[in-house]
Design a protein around this ligand. Structure first.
Ligand code: NAD
Length: 338
C-alpha cells in the first residue's frame, strides 16, 4: 500500500518506517520536525532498500496536506504527529488541543477530500486513567488524568464518529503502553531534545554520564518493591503492530481500539537492574517522593490485537535494554552527532 506517515521522523514513526518498507509498502513521511531531526530519515534510508518519500509540513496545514495527498495518493495514513509530554500538556493545554485534536481534524478533512478512508492512530494507555481493574482491557472506562490523555481521547472520539459515515472508512486506535528500546542496529532510537520525561531515556543518560543519578519517584507504592509498575513494550514490536493494523484496516470498516503492550508489568527497580545488565555498570539512583498524577501500576491486556490481526509482542526486557544501550552508547548526542 501507499502509506502516508505523519510524524514519521519521530521515535516510534522512524522505527515503523523500516517495518513498513520491509513488508513492501511505499511510504511518505509528513513531519514538521518540531520534535525530530531530519537526519533520522538518512539513517532509515541507509537501513532499508524501500521507497521512502518525505515532505516537510504541519498537520494543521490543510493546503500542505492537500498537496501531499494529491502528489502521493496514499491509500492509508498512520498518524503519529502530535505532542506527547504529559507534564508540558498541563502548562500548554491549548497547544496540545491544537496539535493533537485540531491536527487530527484537519487531517481527516484532507483524507475526505482525497478519498482516503483508512487511518491508524497513535493513542495511549493514558486514556484509561486510574485503574478500576487491571489489566486494562479496551472496555475499561476512559477517564484520562491529564490534558494530554484528554487530547488523545477526544481524537479517538472524532475518529469514531468519522468512521461511522457511509463508505468503508476504518480507524484503528492503537493504545500504546510504554514504548522503549531502539532498532537492533543502534542507528535509530529515542532522542529527547531536553531532559528526558521518560524513565528509560533518563536511565540511558545516567549510564552514559550525562546525568548524575536517576530519581525514583515513589518507593512506597503498594507494589512488590514499592516502585511503580508499567507495561514496557519494545518499539520494534510496537512498529510491527502498525503494519499488522494496516492489514486489518484494509479489510475492515469502523473504529476499534486495541491495547498495544506486552501484558507484563515491570517495576522501576527491575528496569534499573535490567539496564545495569545491559550496560555492565551500576546506575546510581536517588529516592524521591511520588509525583502528582502518577499511578501505582498499569498493565495491558493485549489479547484483542492478537485475535483481530495476529499481533503480539515478541521482544524481552533484556532486548529492550540492550538495544537502548547500543543506541545510546553509539550515539551519545543522539542525531545531533550524526
Ligand atoms: N512515546 C510514548 O511514550 C507514547 C506513548 C503513547 C502514545 N504516543 C503517541 O505516539 C505518537 C508518536 O510518539 P513518539 O514517541 O514517536 O513522539 P515523537 O515526538 O518522537 O514523534 C512525533 C513526531 O510528530 C512530529 N510532529 C509534532 N507535531 C507536528 C505537527 N503539528 N505537524 C507535523 N508533525 C508534527 C514531530 O516532529 C515528531 O517527529 C504521538 O502521537 C504520541 O502522542 C507516544
Amino acid at each position: 500500500m501507499r502509506v502516508l506517515v505523519t510524524g514519521g521522523a519521530g521515535y516510534i514513526g522512524s522505527h515503523t518506517l523500516l517495518e513498513l518498507m520491509a513488508q513492501g509498502h511505499e511510504v511518505c513521511v509528513y513531519d514538521s520536525y518540531v520534535n525530530a531531526n531530519p537526519k533520522v530519515l538518512d539513517r532509515v534510508r541507509s537501513l532499508s532498500n524501500g521507497k521512502l518519500g518525505d515532505v516537510t509540513g504541519d498537520v494543521r496545514d490543510a493546503a500542505g496536506l492537500d498537496a501531499v495527498f494529491s502528489d502521493f495518493e496514499p491509500e492509508a495514513v498512520i498518524h503519529f504527529a502530535g505532542l506527547k509530554a504529559v507534564g508540558e500538556s498541563e502548562e500548554r493545554p491549548l497547544a496540545y488541543y491544537d496539535v493533537n485534536v485540531g491536527g487530527t481534524l484537519t487531517l481527516l478533512h484532507a483524507m475526505d477530500r482525497a478519498g482516503c478512508r483508512k487511518i491508524i492512530f497513535s493513542s495511549s494507555a493514558t486514556v484509561y486513567g486510574e485503574p478500576v481493574y487491571l489489566p486494562y482491557d479496551e472496555a475499561h472506562p476512559t477517564a484520562p488524568l491529564s490534558v494530554y490523555g484528554r487530547t488523545k481521547l477526544m481524537a479517538e472520539q472524532i475518529l469514531a464518529d468519522w468512521s461511522k459515515q457511509a463508505g468503508d472508512r476504518a480507524a484503528v486506535l492503537l493504545r500504546y503502553f510504554n514504548p522503549v528500546g531502539a532498532h537492533h542496529s543502534g542507528e535509530i532510537g529515542e532522542d529527547p531534545s531536553d531532559i528526558p520525561n521518560n524513565l528509560v531515556p533518563y536511565i540511558a543518560q545516567v549510564a552514559i554520564g550525562k546525568r548524575p543519578a536517576l530519581q525514583v519517584f515513589g518507593t512506597d507504592y503498594d507494589t512488590p518493591d514499592g516502585t511503580g509498575l508499567r507495561d514496557y513494550i519494545h518499539v520494534v514490536d510496537l512498529a510491527r503492530a502498525h503494519v499488522a493494523a494496516l492489514g486489518y484496516a484494509a479489510g475492515n470498516a469502523g473504529c476499534q481500539p486495541f491495547n498495544i503492550g506486552t501484558g507484563q508489568s515491570v517495576s522501576v527497580r527491575q528496569m534499573v537492574a535490567a539496564f545495569e545488565r545491559a550496560c555492565g555498570a551500576p546506575i546510581p539512583t536517588r529516592t524521591a517522593p511520588r509525583r502528582a498524577g502518577d499511578i501505582a501500576a498499569m498493565q495491558a491486556d493485549p489479547s484483542r490485537a492478537k485475535a483481530a490481526f495476529g499481533w503480539r509482542a515478541e521482544h524481552s526486557l533484556d532486548e529492550m535494554m540492550a538495544s537502548t544501550w547500543r543506541w545510546q552508547s553509539q550515539n551519545p548526542d543522539g542525531y545531533g552527532n550524526g
